[in-house]
Design a protein around this ligand. Structure first.
Ligand SMILES: *Cc1c(COP(=O)(O)O)cnc(C)c1O
Length: 389
């Protein structure tokens, strides 16, 4: 019954950091409504506001608590930005939306919604490494552009965008600039000032905190249309009783992510490189996807010609290795990854691609186990396959 388990799906979600867990358990009974005026309510509210400051600190947003709006997660934060643009664009003269073809489904579908509503929406092309075509960006962003929304780092291939340059171009044209930093936070430095972000999306469960809590950074003066109307919580930006324990957990997770960033990046990048080299040395004819340098330290996406991704996952899973064929949100559908397709990987090859995403608990023994387990799986699948490797 002692089956070995190697979790390499940290871009889908992360376990609680033990110190986050401790912090949540210690404060589990702070149940009071943080909007209540009594002593217990004020105590809860003080904790909520302290968490807000910790989240702001992770992204260089200073100490003004009103800059952070707690939401239910990354999907809600992204949708709130697009809903805001819907309201602005209906009455204003600027209506252009510029985003990319490799965004998370929650951005892609929100952008598609605006397109269906008649907004001019551009889905920027990316190069073979998944980087935004800066010439195309410059040519489409102009006086009609309402919003530029480009993710800081991609969840499937890990490619990091030239985000401060993109922010500069957006701001020079007078557009609002949003970035989905859900995968960047806790893995690379995030700085709303350097990036010139008006809106920035975070999700707690990707940084070793609980699920169902996230944040939207809001630059002073940037408009926000509430997605959820009702009470005056979140400075009027989002109604609903404060999620005390989620917010406390987020505060702890943000503080630890900032403290441990350098150590984390060092740890996971060494292991990710070891994994990449091990796979390259032991499995012939593969393709490593994503940017060779501008890539998240924990992410490795590999295409295995002649093998089918779902089958690879199945055999890995039988061996106790938990990986992914790309985004957790897109798997389950048999469509090949929209991210890989956008980088020019053909549908056949895109189907045979696996994302290994490492984390703070990954060990060298885990990596070596994958390097030892994977090659015979690929060889067996290729032997059964009718597709040329
Ligand atoms: C996970 C993820 C999201 C969604 O966040 P949730 O909190 O799960 O809603 C959005 N964008 C990116 C890039 C992600 O990786």
């Amino acid at each position: 019954m002692d089956k070995r388990t190697v979790y390499m799906d940290y871009n889908a979600t992360t376990p609680l950091h033990p110190a986050v867990r401790d912090a949540m358990v210690a404060d589990l009974d702070i149940f009071a409504n943080a909007s209540s005026m009594h002593e217990m309510g004020r105590r809860a509210r003080a904790r909520v506001e302290a968490a807000r400051v910790s989240v702001a600190a992770l992204i260089g947003a200073g100490t003004d608590p009103e800059r952070i709006v707690f939401t239910s997660g990354g999907s809600e934060s992204n949708n709130t930005v697009f809903a805001t643009m819907f309201h602005l664009g209906r009455t204003g003269t600027r209506r252009g939306i510029v985003t990319t073809s490799i965004e998370h489904p929650c951005v892609l579908q929100a952008a598609q919604w605006l397109k269906d509503e008649g907004f001019p929406v551009t889905f920027l092309k990316v190069d073979g490494y998944g980087r935004v075509d800066m010439d195309e960006l410059k040519s489409v962003v102009g006086p009609d552009t309402l919003l530029v929304s480009v993710m800081a780092a991609n969840n499937e291939i890990g490619t990091i965008q030239e985000i401060s340059e993109i922010g500069r171009i957006a701001k020079a044209a007078g557009a609002w600039f949003h970035t989905d930093a859900t995968q960047a936070a806790g893995k690379i430095p995030v700085d709303v000032e350097d990036w010139q972000a008006d809106y920035l999306t975070l999700s707690c469960h990707k940084i070793y905190g609980p699920k169902g809590i996230g944040a939207l950074y809001l630059r002073k003066g940037a408009p926000l249309e509430p997605l959820i109307r009702g009470g005056h919580q979140e400075y009027g930006h989002r109604a609903g009783t404060y999620n005390n324990i989620g917010i406390f957990g987020f505060g702890a997770a943000a503080r630890l992510a900032a403290e441990e960033l350098a150590e984390y990046a060092h740890h996971v990048s060494a292991l990710r490189n070891r994994l990449r080299e091990g796979i390259v040395a032991n499995v012939p004819k593969i393709r490593v996807n994503g940017h060779p340098v501008a890539v998240l330290p924990n992410t490795l996406n590999v295409s295995f010609p002649g093998a089918e991704g779902e089958s690879i996952l199945l055999y890995l899973d039988l061996a106790g290795i938990e990986a992914s064929t790309g985004s957790a949100c897109a798997s389950g559908s048999l469509e090949p990854s929209h991210v890989l397709l956008a980088t020019g990987v053909g549908p056949e090859l895109a189907h045979g691609s696996i994302r290994f995403s490492l984390g703070r608990n990954t060990t060298e023994a885990d990596v070596d186990y994958v390097i030892e387990t994977l090659p015979p799986i690929i060889a067996r699948l290729r032997a059964m396959s009718t597709v040329e490797a």
